[in-house]
Design a protein around this ligand. Structure first.
Ligand code: VGL
Ligand code: ZN
Length: 198
């Protein structure tokens, strides 16, 4: 059986000092590098927004980061500008092993729709292509690690489980943002979707 490790958004902007820093986001890097050696396939995701992306508070007059707004596709948290295409903040953490990756999938490049999940944009219908990539390679078993537990890891894990993959999230190799209880809600939601949390 082919097992894949999916490393979600271990990028400078999600690490201490970055534009949307997740506490201790950098601390998971060494153990993720070690874990890569145990998998047949390694896939990295990279949050990759054009300047002026609709998920940025700066794109909405009078709005502040971390506020919730209603978008045509549903509720959307407004973020500080982050992971802008080609910026240093969008680069992977310098210590993350990237040579081992079979595939790097970029997401959030559509100016009008955010994309937390590695599988679908936040409209929950526009695919990124990752499902087809995994299924055509015969990969059914996924382990997810990375940033942030309650947003991109959560959405990716739930979508993967709904698509029929066998999904494990290694919680000690993730770190969360935890906005208004979002971390606990994410753990509960992932378990309900059939994700194994270890
Ligand atoms: C993420 C917020 C905005 C994440 C990405 O990687 O969890 N969160 N963009
Ligand atoms: Zn983003």
């Amino acid at each position: 059986m082919t097992r894949a490790l999916i490393v979600i958004d271990v990028q400078n902007d999600f690490c201490p000092g970055g534009a949307l820093a997740v506490a201790e986001g950098d601390q998971i890097v060494p153990d993720i590098n070690t874990l890569m050696t145990e998998f047949d396939a390694v896939i990295l995701t990279q949050d990759w927004h054009p300047a002026g992306h609709s998920s940025f508070a700066s794109s909405h007059a009078g709005r502040n980061p971390m506020e919730l707004i209603e978008m045509p596709y549903g509720p959307q948290v407004l973020w500080p500008d982050h992971c802008i295409q080609g910026s240093t903040g969008a680069l992977f953490h310098p210590d993350l092993t990237t040579d081992r990756a079979d595939l790097i999938i970029r997401k959030g490049f559509n100016p009008a729709i955010d994309s937390y999940s590695a599988f679908f944009e936040n409209d929950h219908t526009t695919p990124t292509g990752l499902e087809g990539y995994l299924k055509t390679r015969g990969i059914r078993d996924l382990t997810l690690v990375g940033l942030a537990t309650d947003f991109c890891v959560n959405f990716s894990a739930v979508d993967a489980a709904r698509l029929g993959f066998d999904v494990t999230v290694r919680q000690e190799l993730c770190r969360g943002i935890d906005l208004d209880g979002s971390l606990l809600a994410a753990i509960t939601g992932m378990k309900e979707a059939g994700v194994t949390i270890v």
